[in-house]
Structure formats: structure tokens, C-alpha cells
Design a protein around this ligand. Structure first.
Ligand code: ADP
Ligand code: MG
Length: 240
């Protein structure tokens, strides 16, 4: 677990540096884009068009990076998130597009809740399930479970996909790390960032050609009733 903590703080500083660079580079690029636009109005030139669309690509990458490394910029309020409900709705987004992959669920405590940023949270689990689907070539299965234990909510996402070689495990979550031709390497960076931001942790267990299991542990939302007032006792790490 201490290895995982190191990994997370390392990612936190990578994220901070990345966010800093992204921020600094975005402004001059935006200015260049503006001037290109002015030039383009005067003369129709295919080179200008190419320069324009390449700039757009660069800006898109930077915006992605900023979103991943500084999710609190989105300023989303913390709220109660019921895991079963949200996970079901995410699964439904994929369901009609899948023929050879089955998604099984095993939700032990359907009332289990955490306190967090719902859209960020949904995006993280969307990314995890998307990766699981992409890891499966042909037929396969994904099993999604959650249960509560010692004031923690534990979610596991298991797939029967290609697996991750051991030497690559430490690279997971690093922005731009991808093994896919069309990959962005932003999915897990977003996942790690959000889980960390919610005071949780993420563990990966994988065997090549057998599959991968992601375990996410998050502080459970504690609900105490006092004289009819519901008091929320929440611990989360908001410094990232
Ligand atoms: P992308 O999906 O764009 O490649 P991600 O950050 O989502 O970026 O994932 C990074 C890399 O981690 C993937 O390219 C893949 O090599 C590996 N990976 C993530 N999830 C899984 C999984 N469930 N099974 C196998 N490999 C995975
Ligand atoms: Mg992905």
C-alpha cells in the first residue's frame, strides 16, 4: 500500500507540472489561433487551414490535460452519490453496443453511498468500463461488484481481457501512457486523479491473457441522525 501511495503522490506532482505547462502554453497558442483566423479571412490558403486544425488538436490535448490534472477547476459541488444507481446507469450506456461481452453485476449493499463530485465520478467509472471492454477481443465478460467494509466502499471491475504486463503496471495513470493505436492515455489519468481527490485508492491486479481486476476503495459516506437532522460526516482530501 505504501508503494501505491508513492505512486499517487508522484502522479499528483506530474499532474501539477502538466497543469502548469498546459496553462502556460495554452495562452500563446490561443493567441496564434486568433491571428491565423485573421490571416485566413484575407487569403484562402490550404497551409493556413492545416496550421489551424493542428492548433485545434494541440488545444484539445491541453484542455484534456488540464481537465484531468485539475478536475477541481470544474468546480463541481460535492454531493451524495449512490453507487448502485450510478454504476447501473453507466453500464446502460454501453449495453446496446455490445454483442459478445456480458456485463455482470454483484451489488452487495445497494444503499452504499460516497460523498463526491458526481460527474467526475461517473466519468471515472465510464473510463474504467470502457477500458475493460476495449481489453476484450471477441467474447468475454466484465464483472462489476461493490460492497462496504470498515467504513469503506469497495468497487471492483474485473475483465477477461488481454491483461497488463507486469512491467507496465507502474505506468498506469500517467498522462499519455497508452498501448492503443487510437488511445489518448487520458482515461486512467482521470480515474487516478478523481479517486485520489475523493480520498480513495486504486489497486490493479492483472495477468497477461487472463484479465485485469481494478479495485477502488473510497471512504463511505457516514450518515448519523441527530434530532431529525441528518448530519454528514465526511472525510476527503481536497488539496489535489
Ligand atoms: P487509453 O484507453 O486511451 O489507452 P487509458 O489511460 O484509459 O488510455 O489506459 C492506458 C493504458 O492502460 C491502455 O492503453 C492499456 O494498455 C492499459 N489498460 C487500462 N485498462 C486496462 C484493462 N482493463 N485491461 C488491459 N489494459 C488496460
Ligand atoms: Mg481508456
Amino acid at each position: 500500500e505504501s508503494g501505491m501511495t508513492n505512486h499517487l503522490s508522484q502522479l499528483a506532482s506530474i499532474g501539477q507540472i502538466a497543469a502548469g505547462i498546459a496553462h502556460e502554453v495554452r495562452n500563446p497558442l490561443t493567441a496564434v489561433k486568433g491571428f491565423l483566423q485573421l490571416l485566413q479571412q484575407d487569403q484562402k490558403n490550404e497551409y493556413l487551414e492545416i496550421a489551424h486544425s493542428e492548433l485545434d488538436n494541440a488545444l484539445k490535448t491541453l484542455n484534456n490535460l488540464l481537465q484531468v490534472s485539475k478536475p477541481d477547476l470544474e468546480d463541481e459541488e460535492f454531493q451524495t452519490i449512490y453507487l448502485s444507481v450510478e454504476l447501473e446507469s453507466i453500464i446502460n450506456l454501453f449495453q446496446d453496443k455490445m454483442y459478445e461481452i456480458t456485463i455482470q453485476t454483484d451489488f452487495q449493499d445497494t444503499g452504499a453511498a460516497i460523498y463526491g463530485r458526481k460527474n467526475q465520478f461517473k466519468k471515472a467509472f465510464f473510463n474504467l468500463i470502457k477500458n475493460a471492454i476495449e481489453a476484450i477481443d471477441g467474447e468475454g465478460a466484465i464483472t462489476l461488484k461493490h460492497y462496504t467494509k470498515n467504513n469503506e466502499v469497495i468497487v471492483t471491475i474485473q475483465d477477461t481481457g488481454v491483461g497488463i504486463p507486469e512491467e507496465k503496471l507502474s505506468l498506469l495513470g500517467t498522462p499519455f501512457f497508452t498501448t492503443k493505436d487510437q488511445g489518448t492515455g487520458m482515461g486512467l489519468a482521470q480515474v487516478f486523479s478523481v479517486i485520489y481527490q475523493h480520498g480513495g485508492m486504486i489497486l490493479v491486479d492483472s495477468k497477461k491473457n487472463q484479465g485485469t481486476n481494478f479495485t477502488i476503495r473510497l471512504p463511505q459516506q457516514q450518515q448519523k441522525t441527530q434530532r431529525g437532522v441528518r448530519k454528514l460526516d465526511v472525510m476527503f482530501d481536497d488539496k489535489y
